[in-house]
Design a protein. Sequence first.
Length: 152
Amino acid sequence: MGQLLYDLKYGTRTNEQKQQIANDLADTAAQFVQHTWRLAIDAIVPVPPSNIRAVQPVALVAEVLAGRLGIPLCKNCVAKSKQTPQLKDVKDYAKRKDVLKGAFTADPGLCAGKTLLLIDDLHGSGATVGHIVEVLQAAGVKAVHLLTLTTK
């Protein structure tokens, strides 16, 4: 999974090849969600990207996953509201949390009362997804389940 994700994110692949990688990642994730978790999910929410790319890996995999599971994709449930430095360059967890303050917003009209599957590509310290879960909880979500494709 890690190598596929790296190839999707940083590799010099055609858009068709990137789509195939996203399909493979989403197939694996769908198998896990369906056969291991067996959760009742109202929507799949991709973590907003930290960098602008021609192809956004998390959004692409989330879109395919939503299709595989027959669950709506909610691209606008969470939005990045301010630019932040690359967190891979911020080693201290407390500093990461400080950098993330006010970095994301959630739309209560789209997510209140729902059970969401938040998807991200890489789990490092958990600071970003932890902050997003807090923002979603403040917007009134019923529950948030996290699926990351790989770890550091």
